[in-house]
Design a protein around this ligand. Structure first.
Ligand SMILES: [Zn+2]
Length: 457
């Protein structure tokens, strides 16, 4: 039997008009369901002055302002712990006993949120959306995955791997906390051809592998790198470095708060994340201005803050959830030939991370891009040093970077000047680079910090 081109031939090949019909029907049903099944949503809808019956068209829905974000989601969860004795939030729409999967986001910032909690139907829906994304990114039955997400047992990592089994894919779940020696030992016998981890973990493995195995990491034979959880794939220099070191192709995938199923495709040059499940959530067709929260027209190349709305979700549906991420949307067809009607996006950065340097708006991702482009003269590890509370930064932007193993101290002054010049040329940002020895910034298994916040010390 010839290999299927897409995971769900029926739902992923619908025309835009047809899928919009399905979405509007499901949206109206979801809004009514939330209004009648949760005090949280009833209050929110009443506050902004609409009733689910008012929503007859997509445009009606677009006019509703954002209703949720990470902060009020956390508040909702805190309130349900105190008042109702469960951690899911007062926006829970189903009886408690229907929740069969409860995983957290790991709590890298603040109290962990139980956003990745599902009823059986929600879990099936999740596995379906994720499988579509994995298939598009090139995972196939028979693949062997080295799975190294942080806290993969309790964290959302455990559900990130759950679709693999139903796809006929072997998953060696090591977690990112396992000592690197153990990971290398197991990997050498299982011979994975796929690595699933954060971009930071992949970068750490490139450095650690030769020290442990005395061979380059490429000997592992990993040909597919499926990375998520941090920006990285959008940074050309990091992508190039990781692909060259492993000898494989880097793809990224995204499922924010168990919605917005997307992954990049297998074209040689990065074309952004394809939306693969228009029937399961509204994303990324609902964009707002990050400052005014007013709707932005979704046209090719538009920037904005993405909003997510669940369709057909029972337990913890999200309605008009403001992600806090700036995305860029592409509406033109991708050259990969994926037949789905969805748009593509590129993650630009967390709204909270955005800096204003002498009036120039900059995301930390661009600083990493510039630094990484100087490897091997630098290791790639860096921090942005903040001496005053963000987002305002008085120029120059202070950057701390590790110089490379082979870089002589006499070369550092010239190297700093080159990096500063490139920051200015590419991003109009005045910067000041300070060097520290290789590995002085340490290596972490969770998200690599972007900032060193000196104003807090
Ligand atoms: Zn594509």
């Amino acid at each position: 039997m010839p290999e299927k081109k897409i995971w769900n031939e029926k739902m992923e090949t619908l025309g835009r008009e047809e899928v919009e019909g399905i979405r509007l029907r499901r949206l109206r049903k979801q809004l009514k369901y939330c209004y009648t099944h949760s005090e949280f949503y009833k209050k929110k809808f009443d506050q902004v002055g609409f009733s689910p019956e008012d929503i007859k068209t997509w445009e009606d829905f677009r006019k509703i302002p954002p209703l949720m974000n990470k902060d009020n989601e956390r508040e909702s969860q805190r309130e349900s712990i105190e008042r109702l004795g469960h951690p899911y939030g007062i926006h829970l729409c189903c009886p408690l006993e229907k929740i069969v999967v409860a995983t957290t986001t790991g709590g890298t910032t603040g109290f962990p949120t139980f956003s990745y909690s599902f009823t059986q139907n929600d879990f099936d829906r999740w596995n379906e959306g994720v499988a579509r994304a994995y298939w598009l990114s090139g995972l196939r039955p028979g693949d062997r995955v080295l799975f190294c997400f942080p806290l993969s047992g309790a964290w959302a990592g455990s559900i990130v791997k759950s679709p693999l089994l139903s796809m006929g894919i072997l998953c060696l779940d090591m977690g990112a906390e396992t000592p690197m020696e153990k990971i290398v030992e197991y990997a050498k016998v299982i011979r994975p051809n796929v690595l699933m981890s954060t971009p930071s973990f992949a970068e750490n493995l490139i450095e650690a592998y030769p020290k442990i195995a005395r061979r380059p990491v490429s000997e592992l034979g990993i040909k597919k790198l499926l990375l998520s959880g941090e920006p990285g794939v959008g940074i050309p220099s990091i992508k190039k470095r990781v692909e060259e070191a492993f000898g494989g192709k880097w793809n990224d995938f995204l499922m924010i708060n168990s919605e917005g199923f997307s992954s990049s495709c297998t074209t040689k040059d990065y074309q952004g994340l394809h939306e693969v499940a228009l029937d399961l959530s509204i994303w990324p067709d609902d964009l707002v201005d990050p400052d005014t929260k007013k709707p932005i027209e979704v046209r090719d190349g538009a920037f904005g803050e993405g909003l997510i709305t669940s369709l057909d979700r029972e337990g913890l549906p999200l309605i008009k959830y403001a992600l806090g991420d700036i995305i860029q949307v592409f509406t033109k067809r991708c050259k990969c030939g994926y037949p789905g009607p969805g748009n593509r996006i590129r993650m630009i950065g967390r709204l909270n991370d955005r800096l204003s340097i002498g009036g120039v708006s900059v995301f930390p991702i661009v600083v990493r891009d510039v630094i990484t482009s100087f490897i091997p003269r630098v290791t790639g590890a860096m921090r942005i040093v903040l001496t005053e509370p963000p987002p305002e930064v008085t120029p120059p932007l202070k950057i701390k970077a590790e110089y490379g193993f082979g870089t002589e101290p006499t070369q550092l002054l010239g190297l700093a000047r080159e990096i500063e010049d490139r920051m200015l040329q590419l991003y109009r940002v005045q910067s000041k680079v300070e060097f520290v020895p290789p590995e002085a910034l340490g290596r972490v298994t969770k998200k690599t910090p972007l900032f060193e916040e000196r104003f807090r010390q």
